[in-house]
Design a protein around this ligand. Structure first.
Ligand code: ZN
Length: 115
């Protein structure tokens, strides 16, 4: 992978991170802990939202948090130089796959085997 591609992917990961943190904050979930912030808990209590609604929001938040962790891990891998290498077999993940999914940890073959 050349430097330009890497820079571009880092930019996209940074953007993705900002978006995810923004969405979580908006939902009243602390992006660091994954817990509803105190403010949001009050909001939940005041707004009379049903338990089902809270559960729905938290399950969406869980998905966002998972992606956020993947994005963070990808940024860490960029810093330690292992970005773009499959976690499982050590082969290059491939630019095309990384462009579609910048936080992919596995090459296409391993991802397919895992699913
Ligand atoms: Zn692999």
């Amino acid at each position: 992978m050349d430097g330009t591609t890497k820079t571009e992917l880092r930019r996209r990961l940074d953007e993705e991170r900002t978006t995810l943190v923004g969405q979580l904050t908006e939902m009243g979930v602390d992006p660091d802990t994954g817990q509803p912030s105190e403010f949001a808990q009050e909001g939940f209590a005041d707004s009379g939202q049903s338990t089902a609604e809270k559960a729905r929001v938290l399950s969406i938040a869980e998905g966002l948090l998972e992606t956020l962790h993947e994005v963070d891990a990808a940024l860490t891998r960029m810093d330690d130089g292992t970005f773009g290498t499959c976690d499982t077999c050590g082969s290059p993940i491939g630019d095309e796959r990384l462009e579609a999914r910048p936080f992919a940890r596995q090459c296409m073959d391993c991802a397919r085997r895992a699913s």
